[in-house]
Structures are given as structure tokens and as C-alpha cells.
Write a protein that binds this ligand. Structure first.
Ligand code: KG4
Ligand code: ZN
Length: 333
């Protein structure tokens, strides 16, 4: 069967469109928004307006890059949530109008489920059942994945997400938003000489707000003694913070493996682009006998390829939605 799915993603600050045909990604276009840098975080109103500007050119480019005729698209998959409501409205409304004009069905997609299924955008693919650590700007989850559409949340953050820990630390250090990629880059030139305590959180849940507070007090104390402390030690501070965030994540993964007995391990979400997390997962995987799966960068951060892939598996199950649908800001996995 020849199936072509158009995926649309607009849950946060990236506008993205992708074409998935018979198990292959033909195109994956992303328009990033630089407008938020000056505010030190995402401004929802600014994000919605940028999506409005970007969505038509991005979808147009995805179709052109894929080299297909838009009339050959079988269904439009779009992010229903979770995300910023104004951002989601742009993608959902566009999907509705385009589906109406092409007279094709629509498929709603949970953004967090899509991050997990990003692993099916390329080879090698994990085998079921597997565990996925999904770490992004808004979420930190350990998901037990039994099948494409059968997932169970077995661990989550009780406060901040891992990406937020990077971004909020970056703000304390005077770095631009999003700070995750910058901390990653600076950490490469430093050493984890400063020790931040690992929070003691029950079971497979996470907490990152305590870490942020301890970094804040540490910096305040050091700056009192040396006003240039951050400037003089930026690389080492970044390496230390990153080291602790990575160890929190990896230790919980170890716990999840011992609880479930599953050794097929994936990481997903924006923070899985972090080079220390990727390297540590690989070495831990070798030591522990895990089969590890790390997506290419373009499938880690927000992208429509993962939406199209998820849409494809829902298409096979005929899980369609209709024009009465509206976005859901807090959409559980
Ligand atoms: O999945 P994503 O693109 O968007 C959300 O759904 O949140 O994740 C964005 C998050 C941001 O917090 C960003 O700082 C973080 O991913 N991030 C990184 C890296 N690249 C992106 N964090 C650490 N190291 C990176 N290389
Ligand atoms: Zn995301």
C-alpha cells in the first residue's frame, strides 16, 4: 500500500512540516524562531504570530522537497498537544483547512508519543518492548513502549523538566535562551569540578528544581567572594551542571531497567541532542549490556517527521479525527 502522510508540528516555538511515505521520511522542514532570545524564554504571543507567518512556506517547502504532488497526500497528521495553546491553534487550524481543501482525513497526534516514535523515522529501529527516556524543555519521562500506540508512563518529573534545568541554569549564567545547546558546547572545554548533590526522589520520578536552587546559592556565594567567578569558571560550571543532570537521568534509567528487565533503551526529545548524555548512554549501555538507540539530531528536537511517523501508524489503525477537534494544552501520554 502506498501511503503518504503530511505531518505538521507547531506545539512550541518550531514550525515544522514533513512528508513520510511508506516508512521513509522524504522531507522534514523546520523554521526556528530566534525572536525569543532577547526575552530569555519563549513568549507565547510571539510564538503564535511567528507560526502564522511560517506555516504556509514550511508546508510548501516540505511538499516541494519531497518531490510529491499535494493531491497524492493520503492524510494530514498534526500535533493536538501538549503545548502552548496559541501555537497549537495555528497548526491545528492549518491542518483542518488543508484537509478540507484536499478532501483527505486528519489524524491527531500526541507530541510526547511522537517524540518516542521519532525512533521509527530512520534505521536502526528498536524492538518492542523498549524503554524511552524523553527529555525536552517541558517534559522528562520514562516511557514503557509495548507497541507503536501502546505506551505507559512509568516515571516523570515532579517539578521542572531536564531541558528547563539547562535553560534556567543558563539564565543564571547570563546565557541566551535556549541555553541547553550552549551549555553543551561550553562544557566540552571544562571539567565537572563543582559538585551539586543528586536529589533523592522516589521510584522512577525526577526533580530538577532543587538542583536549580543549589546552583543559584552556589553562584551567589562564589560571586560574593569573586565578582568575576562566572566569567572565570564558565566552562567548568557548565560541565558540572551538565554532569549532574546527565547522572540524574542515567541513574533513573538504570533503575527502570532493573525494575522492568527491559534492556532495549531509547532517548528522545530536545535534551537527547546533548553530547554528554549521548556519550554516557552509549558507555553505560556497553557496561550494562543494553541495546541503545540515539536519534539523529534533527529527530531529537521538535520536528514534524515524528508527527508524520506517528500519523502513519494511526492511519494503519484508521484512527482519524474530524473538524470538531480543538487543541489540548495539557495532553497526557
Ligand atoms: O524537544 P524540544 O525541542 O522542545 C520541547 O518540546 O520542549 O526540547 C527543547 C529543549 C530546550 O530546553 C533546550 O535547551 C534543550 O531541549 N536542548 C538541549 C540541547 N539541545 C536542545 N539541552 C542540552 N544539550 C543540548 N545539546
Ligand atoms: Zn518536544
Amino acid at each position: 500500500m502506498n501511503v503518504i502522510i503530511l505531518g505538521i508540528e507547531s506545539s512550541c516555538d518550531d514550525t515544522s512540516a514533513a512528508i513520510f511515505k511508506n516508512g521513509k521520511i522524504l522531507s522534514n522542514c523546520v523554521a526556528n524562531q530566534d525572536a525569543h532570545k532577547q526575552y530569555g524564554g519563549i513568549v507565547p504571543e510571539v510564538a503564535s504570530r511567528a507560526h502564522q507567518i511560517n506555516i504556509i512556506p514550511v508546508v510548501d517547502k516540505a511538499i516541494k522537497d519531497a518531490g510529491i504532488d499535494k493531491h497524492k497526500i493520503d492524510a494530514i497528521a498534526f500535533t493536538l498537544g501538549p503545548g502552548l495553546i496559541g501555537s497549537l491553534i495555528v497548526g491545528v487550524s492549518f491542518a483542518k483547512s488543508f484537509a478540507l481543501s484536499l478532501e483527505i482525513p486528519m489524524i491527531e497526534v500526541n507530541h510526547m508519543q511522537a517524540h518516542v516514535l521519532a525512533h521509527f523515522a530512520e534505521d536502526p529501529k528498536p524492538e518492542f518492548p523498549f524503554l524511552c527516556l524523553t527529555v525536552s524543555g517541558g517534559h522528562t519521562q520514562i516511557v514503557l513502549v509495548r507497541d507503536f500506540l501502546d505506551m505507559e508512563l512509568i516515571g516523570t518529573t515532579i517539578d521542572d523538566a531536564a531541558g528547563e534545568a539547562f535553560d534556567k541554569t543558563g539564565k543564571l549564567l547570563g546565557l541566551d535562551y535556549p541555553a541547553g545547546p550552549l551549555i553543551d558546547k561550553l562544557a566540552k572545554k571544562g571539567n565537572p569540578v563543582f559538585k551539586f548533590t543528586e536529589p533523592k526522589i522516589q521510584d522512577l520520578d525526577f526533580s530538577f528544581s532543587g538542583l536549580k536552587t543549589s546552583i543559584l546559592y552556589f553562584l551567589k556565594k562564589q560571586l560574593k567572594e569573586n565578582p568575576d567567578f562566572i566569567k572565570e569558571n564558565l566552562n567548568d560550571i557548565c560541565a558540572s551542571v551538565q554532569d549532574r543532570i546527565v547522572s540524574i537521568l542515567i541513574n533513573k534509567l538504570k533503575m527502570a531497567v532493573s525494575k522492568t528487565g527491559i534492556k532495549e533503551i531509547c532517548i528522545a526529545g530536545g535534551v537527547s541532542a546533548n553530547s554528554a548524555l549521548r556519550a554516557t548512554l552509549e558507555t553505560t549501555g556497553k557496561e550494562e549490556g543494553w541495546n541503545t538507540f540515539i536519534p539523529n539530531f534533527e529527530f531529537c528536537t521538535d520536528n514534524a517527521a515524528m508527527i508524520a511517523v506517528t500519523g502513519y501508524y494511526k492511519f494503519l489503525q484508521k484512527e482519524f479525527t474530524d473538524q470538531s477537534i480543538s487543541p489540548v494544552a495539557r495532553y497526557q501520554l
